[in-house]
Design a protein around this ligand. Structure first.
Ligand code: NAD
Length: 319
């Protein structure tokens, strides 16, 4: 069994690797070769959350679980609030094959899923990117999006505008113009990424113009909400997994209000494989409801394991 600590992940898995892993895992889900097990998430009190996301990819021979959660007291201990770890198992024997640090992998896989949706669904000529949220995940989201379209401008909004320096720095690195804006200015955006932990919609229907692609990435729990449910009624809606989208994803609100049904939501993997159509016109609004599934975590952890083995990194233990 390999132990691959958090500090090695940056050298083992790139944003490009994560993008390729997401394309493969979403396609395997759409083909019925891979599936996620039910998510367990428990409140521990004092704002702490802990749970498990797991699955099995028959085609890729990957099986395992990501265990982790949110621990709001961590910031005071100089630790990041989200903590996780991935365990991989041999699907033939059930023997553990690896224990892999999951924090950076979570950010990479979440950003890569969003970027894959932009790659598949945004207009090819998209130039203006809107970012709603400037927390830990936002910089990863922005970097990954800049890889898949030739954005010339980035508009940024955050509840606390001081935090926008995080996005400004990424834009400066990439040589792209960055402008802090009010939400109404998101009308100029061809693509909008929402990545907040909000419990009420920030992005309203009149903040979004025809032809926009929205990657709604922050809502992964009952009760969270980032965008106006009315947007769902006028958009083509895609997701990583429909079962999660309607229960813990952004679509939970539009479904609860009867604006859309689960039959209106298309798995992004089906667009990747060509089984379903994606954007059908330049004026269409598309929404990707990125809820975060266990198979995403397993896919990037498997990449880390393959690289660690090839490079002789990590520790091999007899278990
Ligand atoms: P963070 O704590 O670093 O940042 C939180 C962000 O949300 C900040 O920009 C903050 O200003 C904003 N925010 C909080 N409350 C708000 C409100 N009421 N209105 C508007 N904005 C508000 O968190 P993070 O690590 O960047 O994660 C952001 C979100 O993404 C979380 O909800 C997290 O659970 C989620 N997430 C989703 C996935 C996925 O696969 N979909 C993966 C990882 C994280």
């Amino acid at each position: 069994m390999y132990i691959i600590p958090e500090r090695l992940i940056a050298d083992l898995v790139s944003a490009e690797d994560a993008f390729d892993a997401m394309r493969g895992c979403f396609a395997a889900m759409a083909d019925g070769d891979a599936y996620n097990f039910p998510v367990i998430r428990e409140a521990l009190g004092e704002g702490r959350q802990y749970g498990f996301k797991s699955g099995f990819d028959r085609a890729g021979a990957v099986m395992g679980v990501k265990s982790g959660g949110y621990f709001p007291g961590n910031a005071a201990r100089s630790l990041i609030n989200h903590q996780s770890c991935v365990l991989l198992f041999d699907p033939e024997t059930g023997r553990p094959t690896a224990m892999v640090g999951g924090n950076l992998l979570t950010a990479l896989r979440t950003a890569a899923a969003s970027a894959l949706s932009i790659d598949q669904l945004a207009r090819p000529d998209a130039q203006v990117l809107g970012m709603v949220g400037a927390g830990h995940q936002s910089a990863f989201q922005l970097r990954a999006a800049l890889r898949v379209r030739k954005f010339t401008r980035v508009l940024g909004w955050n509840r606390n505008p001081d935090r926008l320096s995080r996005l400004a720095e990424v834009c400066a690195e990439a040589g792209v113009e960055f402008t802090p804006v009010d939400l109404a200015a998101m009308q100029e955006a061809d693509v909008i990424i929402t990545i907040t932990s909000s419990n009420a919609a920030s992005l309203l229907a009149d903040h979004v113009s025809a032809g926009c692609h929205i990657s709604a990435m922050g809502t992964d729990t009952i009760g969270k909400q980032e965008i106006d449910p009315a947007l769902f009624a006028r958009a083509a809606v895609f997701t990583d997994e429909v079962a999660q989208s309607v229960t813990i994803g952004e679509a939970q609100h539009a479904v609860a209000q009867g604006l859309i049904g689960r039959e209106d939501i298309t798995p992004l993997g089906a667009v990747v494989t060509g089984a379903a159509e994606g954007r059908v016109s330049p004026d269409q609004i598309t929404i990707f409801d990125g809820t975060g599934v266990g198979l995403q975590d397993l896919a990037v952890a498997q990449t880390a394991l393959s690289r660690a083995r090839a490079q002789g990194l990590g520790a091999e233990v007899v278990f």
